[in-house]
Design a protein around this ligand. Structure first.
Ligand SMILES: NC(=O)c1ccc[n+]([C@@H]2O[C@H](COP(=O)([O-])OP(=O)(O)OC[C@H]3O[C@@H](n4cnc5c(N)ncnc54)[C@H](O)[C@@H]3O)[C@@H](O)[C@H]2O)c1
Length: 294
């Protein structure tokens, strides 16, 4: 059963706007909690407030039966280390613990591929193996990745303490189709820059869909879910990319064609989600109005 009324935090952001729109289009009431409402968010209730503020979250949770928590500073370098870490972990603790105390039974939070620490690591590191799965050893030396790892622990605590089911979605880079085209063109020219993420990505429309699936699918507990499009950012065969740009990284199993280097079996088996959109299906000349957004 879909929830009747969902709180979306960070609703003015990239993923927040896409998720809010999709939920509204599917007939779910949305309360949006946002630091800014410009341009205005289309939601049933818009509250301008801070997700780290206990009173703002209490007000936002009124009448709500599920939570999608996306508010965060979304990059290591988008703020001072203290501000990035504090905002991310405090907002997640505040939203999830209050959801638990309000008797809310389902929550979705934005974790990140960075929860395992390698992509934003300042040192010369590589994943322990490919495909990257949810058990891959972490190698964290930055505050953003640490915040996402901490958020996943908060999700476990809240599931145990209050019986809230929490899906922590490990998003890879998520962008509009137009922005992904540009990122893909750059990755094609210099594949080494995207090796640590296994050249993964996810279209914004698929990100909104997996949030919806997480709200309606049948699962329980605290689950961490790896995500990716069904191919990589570059057009070369995946095995060739690994041989050339990650020769020391152990590969589990056979790599066929342009298959992704993220293990997405949990997303499929637990959430019933398979990605629909590929950046390689996009035609820049057919999307003139979106070509330079984001
Ligand atoms: N887009 C990606 O590539 C990507 C990848 C992995 C994980 N994520 C995660 O997904 C979530 C959404 O990311 P996004 O790409 O939409 O980022 P975004 O920056 O577009 O959106 C985040 C929103 O959160 C808001 N926000 C920040 N601090 C807040 C606070 N204290 N209270 C209320 N709102 C606050 C911001 O104002 C912004 O509107 C984040 O948790 C991010 O870490 C994003």
């Amino acid at each position: 059963m879909p929830p009747a009324h969902v709180l979306v935090t960070g609703a003015a952001g990239r993923i927040g706007r896409a998720a809010t729109e999709l939920l509204m289009n599917r007939g779910i009431r949305v309360t949006a909690l946002t630091l800014q409402n410009d341009p205005p968010i289309r939601a049933d209730r818009v509250l301008v407030g801070d997700a780290t503020d206990p009173d703002a979250v209490t007000e936002a949770l009124e009448g709500v039966d599920a939570v999608v928590h996306l508010a965060a500073i979304p990059h290591r370098d988008a703020g001072k280390p203290y501000d990035v870490y504090r905002t991310n972990v405090t907002s997640t603790f505040n939203v999830l613990s209050q959801a638990g105390e309000h008797g809310i039974r389902r929550a979705v939070i934005a974790s990140s591929i960075n929860a395992f620490g390698v992509p934003m690591n300042h040192h010369e590191v590589a994943p322990a193996y490919f495909p990257i799965d949810e058990q891959i050893p972490a190698d964290i030396d930055d505050w953003y990745s640490l915040s996402k790892q901490s958020d996943e622990l908060t999700a476990q605590m809240v599931a145990r303490r209050w019986g809230v089911d929490v899906a922590a979605l490990r998003f890879p880079i998520v962008e509009s189709a137009a922005a992904l085209l540009r990122i893909s063109e750059r990755a094609e020219l210099d594949p080494a820059t995207r090796m640590r993420e296994g050249w993964s990505y996810l279209d914004l429309r698929d990100a909104a869909e997996v949030i919806y699936r997480s709200l309606v699918a049948e699962w329980t507990g605290a689950v961490v879910v790896g995500l990716s499009a069904a191919d990589t950012l570059v057009t070369r065969p995946t095995a060739e990319l690994v041989r050339e740009y990650a020769p020391g990284v152990e590969v589990h199993g056979q790599l066929a064609g342009r298959e992704p280097l993220i293990d997405t079996s949990r997303a499929r088996d637990i959430l019933g989600f398979t990605p629909k959109y590929s950046v390689h299906d996009e035609r820049p000349d057919e999307r003139p109005d979106e070509r330079f957004d984001a």
